[in-house]
Design a protein around this ligand. Structure first.
Ligand SMILES: *Cc1c(COP(=O)(O)O)cnc(C)c1O
Length: 406
């Protein structure tokens, strides 16, 4: 019997049952584990056999979660972290030495960019950037001391798509470690290891939990690299809590059905916005108008849950739109059951200089929608009324200012 399907693995990969024969996996809320005798303790610490010692190293719940992600991503090994950023930081810190260099896409998660610009330089680790739509230029950035090639796809919040096959080929040619943050796609839509990635990182906080409850992160991939990351984490303590691992492992059982519906709803939202008069342009990987549509079709199962669009009226237009939203949430998270709307230019990216913002595709009117699992008709109705109100208020606003000028 071939049970090696994504959904089946997500549900049937589980720890051995205890004497109680539980159907659903129990929670192992324990900081440490006991040894039989001195020899058991010695061999455990010598890593002569696989066993749990202390939950900063491993715990049954975190191991189950990691094993599921490894199967989904086609990875040899992995380690789970308290947050996505702990996974990102630990991956770089474990693998790089002073003097090493990173080549990264410029469009990366804000805190990852902060790590590159503010913290890694303290240890003399520097980063050069290529633009999301200029993968062909990145080879010119590679130096003898370059160790890691880093990217996210689709990107946040501009929803650019990077060609994983091209990145894999460049990494191989120059003997670089290719690290992909696969958070926006999830392992259900895209498995970067197939295209040559050595490591894959997830913020499990987003679609993997999918219900806005817990933080978590994970790095999976080549066993030799994961070994270094594990030893770093074992010494420095960014481990995922067993409770959060239990929540996330249960969440994976429904990942495929949730992400299917997220993507179906997101495509409907994107198609609706593309026809709307109050909208300048829309980005979603599975809209034929997306510049990397062919690449997206090649490497992704569906187009993902995030839609970016530009509402007319610049910064003021974006703010008016947000102020008119009634049902959807204004929140910093994404990948939740609830549809979330954000306006990066006036919030998450407001501290960037305008030209830096534009370089990563964040125009003044850019709105990011993380499309949720509500009935899509209700999401469309909320967006429609907010767009209409934003346009109406713009007209009233310009009329008032004209009359006051006069
Ligand atoms: C949220 C996010 C992270 C960071 O994850 P946390 O769990 O919030 O620490 C990293 N990368 C991407 C693409 C994200 O969206």
């Amino acid at each position: 019997m071939n049970n090696d399907h994504f959904e089946t693995n997500a549900i049937r990969t589980q720890l051995n049952r205890t004497e109680y024969q539980e159907h659903s996996v129990p929670m192992y809320l324990t900081s440490s584990f006991v040894f039989e005798d001195a020899e058991d303790m010695r061999s455990g610490f010598a890593e002569e056999k696989e066993r749990n010692i202390y939950s900063r190293f491993t715990n049954p719940n975190t191991s189950e979660f990691v094993e599921k992600i490894c199967k989904m991503e086609g990875a040899e090994s992995g380690y789970a972290f308290a947050t996505g950023m702990a996974a990102v930081f630990s991956t770089f810190a474990a693998l790089l030495n002073s003097g090493d260099h990173i080549v990264s896409c410029r469009s990366v998660f804000g805190s990852t960019h902060g790590l590159f610009t503010r913290y890694l330089p303290k240890w003399n680790i520097t980063t050069s950037y290529f633009k999301a739509n200029e993968v062909h230029t990145l080879e010119s950035l590679i130096r003898p001391e370059t160790k890691i090639l880093y990217a996210e796809t689709p990107t946040n919040p501009g929803v650019d798509v990077l060609d994983l096959e091209a990145l894999g080929a460049i990494a191989k040619k120059h003997n670089l470690i290719l690290v992909i943050d696969n958070c926006f796609a999830t392992p259900y839509l895209q498995q970067p290891i197939k295209f040559g990635a050595d490591l894959v990182i997830h913020s499990a906080t987003k679609l993997i939990d999918g219900q806005g409850r817990v933080l978590g992160g994970v790095t999976v991939g080549r066993a030799d690299l994961i070994r270094e990351i594990y030893l770093f984490a074992r010494n420095t303590g960014p481990a995922l809590s067993p409770f959060n691992a239990w929540v996330l492992s249960k969440s994976l059982e429904t990942l495929a059905v949730r992400v299917d519906r997220h993507c179906e709803n997101a495509l409907k939202v994107a198609q609706f916005l593309e026809k709307h008069d109050a909208v300048n342009w829309v980005r979603h990987p599975f809209l034929p108008s997306h510049p990397q549509y062919e690449v997206a079709k090649k490497q992704m199962k569906h187009g993902g849950s995030i839609v970016a669009f530009e509402v007319k009226g610049g910064i003021a237009g974006g703010r008016r739109f947000l102020n008119s939203i009634q049902m959807c949430s204004l929140s910093a998270n994404l990948g939740d059951t609830r549809t979330i709307v954000t306006h990066p230019a006036s919030t998450t990216h407001s501290k960037l200089a305008e030209e830096d913002r534009l370089e990563v595709g964040i125009t003044d009117g850019l709105v990011r929608v993380s499309v949720g699992l509500e009935n899509v008709e209700d999401v469309l109705a909320d967006l429609e009324q907010a767009l209409q109100t934003a346009v109406k208020r713009a007209k009233v606003g310009s009329h008032t200012s004209e009359s006051s000028d006069a």
